[in-house]
Write a protein that binds this ligand. Structure first.
Ligand code: ADP
Ligand code: MG
Length: 257
């Protein structure tokens, strides 16, 4: 098997909680506690857990938005927290993120074409042809590039956000609750789109959700998190068919309800 696209080695991230006493040091919250995993090209790794389990913190570390307090993240074998800032800038085009709320990445006052081109501009490029291609890749047409976010439905806006994420031709997509705000039928369309893009582009996808039903439907491997701890990790079918923790069973039960 080829070297992993992404490897997390014992990632730990702590946040200082508000001080409760003048005389004691601020207590720590361990948001992510020694998380390890690997993700290969063309594969989807699901991270599932209730709100507060550390999923978004993990995503921010993978995206090199914040550094772990301990541990390493290797992207294509390179430690994201050890490379030069110049090298990190060069690597950034290779991993992109899709958020729950596309309004976070789409400026309401700008055309969607402008927003989709933003990651290209950040690298000193501006390619209308590439934006048009990305729009087609997500099932929209180049002709909508001049429209504004409010002119689209929730599902279409998420397509636009995905276009923005793939415009730099990344190898890794980090999707943090990317379908959680959508109706179930629209969720299915966006999940299918992600799987199609994965086939077409060989993307590795780190797919984060609190919803086990969603994660179970698209992931090859699964990580179950609770309070920063990894409770289970392994092939999705194993975790789903033979969960070892009561917590995982409760997530499965909630998903079936
Ligand atoms: P999830 O995405 O699974 O809901 P998060 O990663 O957002 O979990 O949060 C994990 C824990 O870390 C939570 O207890 C949250 O309150 C805490 N946390 C997250 N970000 C910060 C921050 N910037 N400062 C302090 N605490 C944080
Ligand atoms: Mg989150």
């Amino acid at each position: 098997m080829s070297a992993p696209l992404l490897q997390a080695k014992a990632l730990t991230r702590r946040y200082a909680l508000p001080r409760t006493s003048l005389f004691k040091p601020a207590p720590d919250l361990v948001a992510v506690n020694s998380a390890s995993f690997s993700l290969h090209r063309g594969e989807t790794l699901g991270v599932v857990g209730e709100s507060g389990s550390g999923k978004s913190t993990l995503a921010r570390m993978v995206m090199a938005f914040e550094a772990p307090d301990e541990g390493h993240i290797l992207f294509e074998g390179q430690d994201l927290n050890a490379v030069s800032s110049q090298e990190l800038r060069r690597l950034r085009r290779r991993f992109q993120m899709v958020f729950q709320d596309p309004f976070g990445s789409l400026d309401p006052r700008r055309s969607i074409g402008w927003s989709i081109a933003e990651p290209l501009r950040a690298m000193g490029e501006d390619s209308k042809a590439r934006v048009d291609e990305a729009l087609e890749q997500v099932g929209l047409t180049a002709s909508v590039a001049g429209r504004y976010p409010h002119e689209f439905s929730g599902g279409q806006r998420q397509r636009v956000a995905i276009a923005r994420a793939i415009v730099t031709r990344p190898a890794l997509l980090v999707a943090d609750e990317a379908v959680s705000a959508l109706d179930v039928s629209v969720q299915a369309q966006i999940l299918n789109l992600l799987l199609d893009l994965q086939d077409e582009l060989g993307l590795g996808i780190l797919f984060i959700s609190h919803d086990m039903a969603v994660v179970a439907s698209i992931c090859d491997t699964l990580l179950v998190m609770q309070h920063g701890h990894t409770l289970e990790a392994g092939p999705a079918h194993e975790v789903l068919n033979a969960p070892t923790h009561e917590y995982t069973r409760s997530l499965l039960k909630a998903a079936k309800a």
